[in-house]
Design a protein around this ligand. Structure first.
Ligand code: MN
Ligand code: MN
Length: 459
């Protein structure tokens, strides 16, 4: 017969953070107050970069200058076109021992305005949109929306737009069909009920004078008054609609947070704050906050661009090291969200291998779909290294997988990191309602992610 102790040593038990480390509750709740501030200030990648750089500068980081010669403890950052930022703290070890890298993305699914967005119909002024990232279109109707973005006029003037976020700001709105006359809509498949071209944002109804485009003209007059822009300036602008709601606590116990864009700010914030708190590490530690993950990492500010590679090579050269040797010895956490098990949609999951809310950081060996396709599939060696670091630092962690086999799947930036010959594993916070206008995450997991990145940097 086996004793209870012997059985315990053999069985794996994944438990709640509140069971394993209940003493962390207070710290987790306090930590998440800062997280909510970050969420509210950073609904687009550009805003997230501004926020991150301000925090970094307050914590001694300076713009990276390849002509400088950096020493252990030095803190640098490099911005890529205002939409991505990479930060590093130089370590005491020889670069050839490798870098410790954490990558999170700061773009989130949303509705981008088209380049000729404005039109008028039935006395209402609208913006045409083209959605960005994987959304369920029906979730974006009948919801207060804010407009964020950047307009550059032909004369070179720059206007940063952010409307719908402050108390008293107007918001924007996409109508849905009333249920009373929705028979035909109800008969459609869920994915077809609202079309992409149907996501038109109401932005005004006051006419200026008379004529066909009187309401549109009224809106343009207000845009000119407020921002000094004309319709032609919208052709070159980047404007996006995001949910106007602020981050809020959820539950009688306030143990969770509902907010827009937690994929992947829920990993970006813990990664960034872990680096900011770092003193002088052994290995050089790097945090990458990157754009364009939600549309496949394409684009010059996404991870398929050579920007990160060039920065890392420059850092190696600065320290007199062969980047090929450094890369081969480096490893990376692709810090992105996991899809937490949702008991209300249990059929889509395989319960044993799912990650759970409040069970700590989710380590996902692979993502992908249809037989791990599109996954970088982390090695046993890297997983074991991480497990050993987590054990050493008391990190509560679990494994995770995106739903049951052949139910769908997901990709992350892990594949782009692997292309640099850097070992990589997906590690992140499990969330519910991923890619909804408002997503749900647990405070214990967010704080555990912060501790996990600190542990990874400490080694
Ligand atoms: Mn993500
Ligand atoms: Mn995503």
């Amino acid at each position: 017969m086996m004793t209870e102790e012997q059985a315990k040593a053999l069985l794996l038990k994944q438990e709640s953070v509140y069971t394993r480390a209940p003493e962390l509750r207070e710290a987790a709740f306090a930590y998440c107050e800062g997280y909510k501030t970050f969420l509210n200030a950073s609904k687009t990648e550009r805003e997230a970069v501004v926020w991150a750089v301000r925090q970094a500068e307050e914590n001694g980081f300076v713009p990276y200058d390849p002509a400088e010669s950096y020493r252990p403890g030095d803190r640098v950052y490099q911005i890529n076109r205002g939409k991505s930022v990479t930060l590093a703290v130089i370590g005491t070890d020889a670069p050839e021992t490798g870098f410790s890298i954490v990558v999170s993305h700061i773009d989130s699914p949303r509705l981008d305005l088209k380049q000729r967005p404005l039109y008028e119909s039935a006395g209402i002024s609208y913006f045409k949109t083209h959605y960005y990232g994987g959304i369920k279109k029906y979730q974006w109707t009948a919801l207060p929306l804010a407009i964020h973005g950047t307009v550059l006029t032909e004369s070179g003037r720059r206007v940063d737009v952010r409307i719908g976020e402050e108390e008293g700001d107007p918001v924007f709105f996409i109508s849905d069909l009333m249920p009373h006359i929705a028979k035909d809509q109800y008969d459609k498949k869920l994915g077809d009920a609202i079309s992409g071209e149907g996501l038109n944002i109401i932005n005004g109804s006051l006419p200026l004078g008379e004529g066909n485009d009187a309401v549109k003209l009224g809106v343009l007059a207000l845009l000119h008054e407020k921002y000094g822009i004309a319709e032609a300036d919208l052709r070159t602008a980047e404007l996006s609609a995001v949910p106007a709601q602020k981050a809020v606590d959820v539950g009688f116990d306030a143990s969770m947070i509902a907010a827009y864009g937690q994929d992947d700010r829920v990993c970006a914030y813990p990664s960034l704050t872990a680096l900011l708190e770092l003193q002088t590490p052994a290995r050089t530690c790097v945090v990458v906050l990157v754009d364009k993950e939600e549309i496949g990492s394409e684009g010059v500010t996404g991870l398929r661009s050579a920007a990160l590679k060039h920065f890392l090579i420059s850092l190696c050269e600065n320290r007199g090291a062969d980047y090929k040797v450094v890369f081969a010895a480096s490893d990376c956490l692709s810090a992105d969200v996991g899809g937490a098990y949702d008991p209300c949609y249990a059929d889509a999951y395989e319960a044993v291998n799912s990650s759970y809310m409040n069970h700590g950081v989710a380590v996902m060996k692979y993502t992908g779909a249809r037989g791990k396709s599109g996954s970088s599939d982390a090695s046993a060696e890297l997983l074991a290294k991480l497990a050993s670091i987590f054990k050493k630092h008391g990190i509560v962690w679990q494994t995770g997988e995106y739903g049951k086999v052949d139910q769908g799947g997901a990709g992350t930036v892990a594949t782009e990191i692997a292309m640099l010959n850097i070992s990589v594993v997906d590690t992140g916070v499990p969330i519910l309602s991923m890619h909804s206008p408002v997503e749900l995450a647990a405070k214990a997991d967010i704080y555990m992610m912060h501790r996990a990145v600190k542990a990874y940097f400490a080694g």
